[in-house]
Design a protein around this ligand. Structure first.
Ligand code: NAP
Ligand code: MG
Length: 398
């Protein structure tokens, strides 16, 4: 068989631990035999990040801006234990955080639906995609534990010398206060990423906040989305036959539970944090979620939603058998290959991505799966396989 040709490289960001092992299996078994794979390789494994003072992460994000499509393996976000384990010069920041900040993107997470792994919510027939704003609000807060009676004020000192002041509360006794912020630029980027992604995937877009209570803060989110929609996207949405729908967050939650799925739910930072965990666990597992970071300029970085599966890696190092689910990592690759194919009008690459996804889903639906899925499947007598044999079963089908 002649291998599929590529014209533009995909930015490849290798990672850590068990997912690094899966990464190599996937390339060897599922990609290299079929594609003349062109990638620009960046090793985001913790050792090399440490060697390069994390410059490699920055370089990989810049390469993503240059080429437009990246695929990323899960990586360790160092904590104190990792600093010791890897003898790190510094507690390097989360690569995902660094890349997200540089691309100014929004993260879209979608469950991968297979027969035999049924959602807890019976009427969910199609995936629900969460789009989480990844900047500001309580994640960049300042807080004070109020020790005693006194007055808390919100003060804004303009660069031009003007001052705006509001009393938050006059305390009779101890209490708590919190200051949060966002910027119009970040909200606008979030909005554009969501509108672009909805057009890209031909799905309706829902957005919800608590604007009835938060009449300035949340209302600003609603207004920015509306303004950008009217001026820049309403026509394209009409042509694509999709809708933009704003509602109150309480109403959105109630509607999501009654819906069939098949739409994108844009969430403010906290709502997205909480709701994405609810959606992913209700649909099955983190190993069955796709995740893509989309920048307002239309750069895409595909990854798995889960981490490096450290516990399995330590078993692997001891020579014990692992049964780690590679579906999310395979779909990170197919997402990147499909997008590269679309940008380069490379139909062979687009078709290959679709075939690999189908082979993966069919393998599970035929009963061959990793242990995590065997525990929750409704299929009888699943054939539980190890990490490599699962990938080989997919190759067989492919
Ligand atoms: P994790 O890698 O997501 O794994 C947590 C547990 O979830 C695993 O021990 C395993 O459960 C199950 N699991 C997750 N993915 C699985 C898969 N593909 N197949 C089968 N089971 C799976 O989280 P963690 O162990 O807490 O974190 C490990 C490292 O990942 C940390 O250093 C963290 O910084 C990093 N991390 C990276 C990213 C990213 O790069 N996107 C995201 C999150 C975390 P059992 O042990 O019960 O089998
Ligand atoms: Mg969370």
């Amino acid at each position: 068989m002649e291998k599929i040709k590529m014209t533009t490289p995909i930015v490849e960001m290798d990672g850590d631990e068990m997912t690094r092992i899966l990464w190599q299996y996937i390339k060897d078994e599922l990609l290299l035999p079929f594609i003349d794979l062109k990638t620009e390789y960046y090793d985001l494994g913790l050792e090399y990040r440490n060697q390069t003072d994390d410059q490699v992460t920055i370089d990989s994000a810049n390469a993503t801006k240059k080429y437009g499509v990246a695929v990323k393996c899960a990586t360790i976000t160092p904590n104190a234990a990792r600093v010791e384990e890897y003898n790190l010069k510094e507690m390097w920041k989360s690569p995902n955080g660094t890349i997200r900040a540089m691309l100014d993107g929004t993260v879209f997470r979608t469950p991968i639906i297979v027969n035999g792994i049924e959602p807890c919510v019976k009427n969910w027939k199609k995936p629900i995609t969460i789009a989480r704003h990844a900047y500001g609000d309580i994640y960049k807060n300042v807080e004070i534990q109020v020790p005693s009676a006194g007055t808390a004020k919100l003060v804004f000192e303009g660069a031009d010398g003007s001052v705006t002041e509001e009393i938050i509360h006059k305390f009779d006794d101890e209490g708590i206060i919190q200051g949060v912020h966002n910027t119009s630029a970040s909200i606008a980027s979030f909005a554009r990423s969501c509108f672009n992604y909805a057009l890209d995937t031909k799905q309706d877009l829902w957005f919800a906040t608590k604007d009835t209570i938060s009449k300035k803060y949340d209302h600003r989110f609603k207004d920015i989305f509306n303004e950008i929609y009217e001026v820049e996207y309403s026509e394209a949405f009409e042509i694509a036959g999709i809708t933009y729908f704003y509602t109150l967050i309480d109403d959105a939650v109630a509607r999501v539970m009654k819906a069939e799925g098949g739409f994108i739910w844009a969430c403010k930072n906290y709502d997205g944090d909480v709701m994405s965990d609810m959606i992913s666990s209700a649909f099955g597992s983190l190993a069955m979620m796709t995740s893509v970071l989309v920048s307002p300029e239309g750069h895409y970085e595909y990854e798995a939603a889960h981490g490096t599966v450290q516990r399995h890696y330590y078993k692997h190092l001891k020579g014990e058998e692992t049964s780690t689910n590679s579906v999310a990592t395979i779909f990170a690759w197919t997402g990147a290959l499909r997008k590269r194919g679309e940008l380069d009008s490379n139909d062979d690459l687009i078709n290959f991505a679709a075939k690999l996804e189908k082979a993966t889903i069919d393998t599970i639906e035929s009963g061959t799966m990793t242990k995590d899925l065997a525990l929750i499947t409704t299929l009888e007598n699943p054939n539980v396989v190890n990490s490599l044999d699962f990938i080989k079963a997919i190759r067989e089908r492919l």
